[in-house]
Design a protein around this ligand. Structure first.
Ligand code: S3P
Length: 182
């Protein structure tokens, strides 16, 4: 098993905040697919959506994750909320790290992202419905793509980091024991 942790989940679930803290605590590097895409394109996600559309952005996500995962070790990766929806991306994530789904309720997302202008999929009217519809569709896909599911609504960042870290260390120990036996 490659020693990476991949955080997946809906917009506003806290992937980046938890990911950065987790990386610091484990002494790992931190990477963020959205930041990488923005850096490579020299445009914000909103500008990419506006200029080229969602499909173009989704292709960038696939290219980015393929490239990132080639040489990655000892890294915590935060992924864009829609990235694991493509099967090819979800497969790459699972092959290259311990994938954790940070599951969040629609009401929490709404609360956290009130007034946010950086997420093109949640602009305009009927934001609650948009969140609910997307969440309903995505939840089983996230769950299927993950090694571990964590309900984060009531948890502090410290608790989230602690839960992931404990499970990841256990998994690493088990893998080491298995390798020593083989
Ligand atoms: C998206 C989530 C965003 C970003 C883009 C699309 C999605 O990332 O990739 O706006 O489809 O859920 P965050 O999950 O970091 O907000």
């Amino acid at each position: 098993m490659k020693k990476n942790i991949v955080l997946i989940g809906f917009m506003g679930c806290g992937k980046t905040t938890a990911g950065k803290q987790l990386a610091t605590e484990l002494g790992y590097s931190f990477a963020d697919t959205d930041q990488m895409i923005e850096h490579n394109a020299q445009k914000t996600i909103s500008e990419i959506f506006a200029a080229h559309g969602e499909e173009y952005f989704r292709n960038l996500e696939t290219e980015t994750i393929k490239e990132m995962m080639k040489s990655m070790e000892h890294t915590v990766v935060s992924t864009g909320g829609g990235l694991p929806l493509r099967e090819v991306n979800a497969d790459i994530l699972k092959e290259n790290g311990f994938v954790v789904y940070l599951r969040v309720k629609g009401s929490t997302v709404e609360e956290r992202l009130k007034g946010d202008t950086t997420r093109p999929l949640l602009q305009g009217d009927s934001v609650s419905e948009k969140i609910q519809n997307l969440l309903e569709y995505r939840d089983p896909i996230y769950e299927f793509g993950a090694h571990m599911v964590l309900d984060v609504d009531e948890k502090s960042v410290d608790e989230i980091v602690e839960d992931i870290s404990r499970n990841f260390k256990l998994l690493c120990e088990r893998n080491n024991e298995k390798n020593n036996r083989d």
